[in-house]
Design a protein around this ligand. Sequence first.
Ligand SMILES: Cc1cc2nc3c(=O)[nH]c(=O)nc-3n(C[C@H](O)[C@H](O)[C@H](O)COP(=O)(O)OP(=O)(O)OC[C@H]3O[C@@H](n4cnc5c(N)ncnc54)[C@H](O)[C@@H]3O)c2cc1C
Length: 575
Amino acid sequence: MLEHDVIIVGGGLAGCRAALEIAHTDANLSIALIAKTHPIRSHSVAAQGGMAATLNNVDTEDSWEAHAFDTVKGSDYLADQDAVEILVREAPDVVIELEHMGVLFSRLPDGRIAQRAFGGHAHRRTCYAADKTGHAILHELVNNLRRNGVHIYDEWYVTELILEDTQAKGVVMYNIQTGKIEVVCAKAVMFATGGYGRAYNTTSNDYASTGDGLAMSALAGVPLEDMEFVQFHPTGLYPVGVLISEAVRGEGAYLINSEGSRFMANYAPSRMELAPRDITSRAIVREISAGRGINPDGSAGGPFVYLDLRHMGQEKIMSRVPFAWEEAHRLVGIDAVYQPMPVRPTIHYSMGGIPVTTDGQVRSSLSGLIDGFFAAGEAACVSVHGANRLGSNSLLECVVYGRRTGAIIAQYLQNRKLPTVDEQRYVTATQQQIQSLLDRSGTIRIDKLRREFQDCMTNYCGVFRTEKLMREGLESLQQLQQQYQDIYLDDKGKLWNTEVIEALELRNLMIVGQLILTSACHRQESRGAHCREDYPDRDDTNFLKHTLAYYSPAGIQVNYLPVQITMFQPQLRNY
Ligand SMILES: Cc1cc2nc3c(=O)[nH]c(=O)nc-3n(C[C@H](O)[C@H](O)[C@H](O)COP(=O)(O)OP(=O)(O)OC[C@H]3O[C@@H](n4cnc5c(N)ncnc54)[C@H](O)[C@@H]3O)c2cc1C
């Protein structure tokens, strides 16, 4: 059995930042970081637009209080305001710290870090490295990991969280290259496993965003918080769904319908294209439904609208958002200097997740905590984003709460003993689980079932929702879950058997989907990204609270957690 003081699952920004903090606090600790990809291929590397912090380099009127207010209003008042305060107050410090580690942020002519406008932020406060911000930060963090002696297990797929008697004791993992199964025992376990964009058929997320950490937690009896809040990013490139960063609108691009009009004037007149994502995504879907979308031949009535950069000019496009230009050119053959880009909403971000305190400790219930279990980043819900995240607040969350959780873990580990784990029991159970997948003589291909599941989530739990639609979705999902018993794998071998991984990921995605649909059915109001056509208004009397959904194979139980309101009372939210 492998043993470490702490295991971090996830090599994105949150996991790497936590690992570094632990190493800096106590160089004698044995830290393991496990990732199913190489850490540098974590989805964080794809983050483009930037990271918010009130450095006041461009906008001297900005303040942490203003950042907090924008975040809470953006969240439709569901964010926990104590957690938001920590996020925005620590923001300038974490940016400077990253810079000192070697991250190359874009600059103003006088050499200070540049800052740009972003949706829902009333001031120009987003720091960036052109439109490759995640790449710039993640590469530096991973380099620093190696220098600090963090043990990296890359291309190991974690299959199970070992949680016994409300204590996390380790994980079971499967080596993708060799098929070997190992139990890793530790005094503390942290999940930083990212989001679940692959639960939908069109997403900006990478192939690894399959909600594994969420499903493993749910299977171990941990509740999941606010799963109904799924973020649609307004500008996915049509038809591929790949993200065109909000930075493009931050730098001045327009959204145009088939009549050539900037339709955001009808939805968010004061913020126009820089309204928050929930509002902008709904506006685009409404324009398309009203017949003002555009077809590939340019005629009206089609499935997308235009993102128009042409007035920005070649020099600005190529210096500020070169990657967006390159993506459109490479993937759909559009030269954005001369042609508008076809866009429509795409699944982007998971506001909900594993419920944690502001110290990153995982909750077992309304008041209980799980000993030795921590989470941060997109997989966690500390709730700084509430019902709708503002762009450039997620990288910030990963770094602020990654650092904070790392510091707490380093303290927690002092004077702790390694727990005892029955290694053989876990190895045997995992071997049997994988063997039963290999032995299946069913008729359904994993890829087909996954596509049907993704269509189910997209059709029944999309931008607009109703009770009837979601009930149909749950029924359809139940049938698909039954069909899972009937899948078959072509590859029966041990080496690089990626079909085994796909099968395990699909099981996880389906659990996540069931939690999303069930939580969404229970929330009978419209708030942030959760828009119910049968309950069009926000209902603070009955639903100003967080959902906690407990999974079991027999069904899902829903409970609620109060919202922390310390600074701003809920108000009408318009822009
Ligand atoms: C295209 C795109 C652009 C974005 N741009 C921005 C932006 O400009 N600003 C912003 O603030 N936010 C942005 N976001 C959101 C932000 O990038 C993510 O929310 C954030 O990077 C998530 O980081 P993370 O550390 O939580 O997880 P990730 O970076 O997703 O990493 C997850 C890690 O977990 C590992 N893992 C998962 N499951 C397992 C398993 N079973 N076993 C082993 N390892 C596992 C993966 O291998 C990976 O290493 C963007 C997101 C996308 C998709």
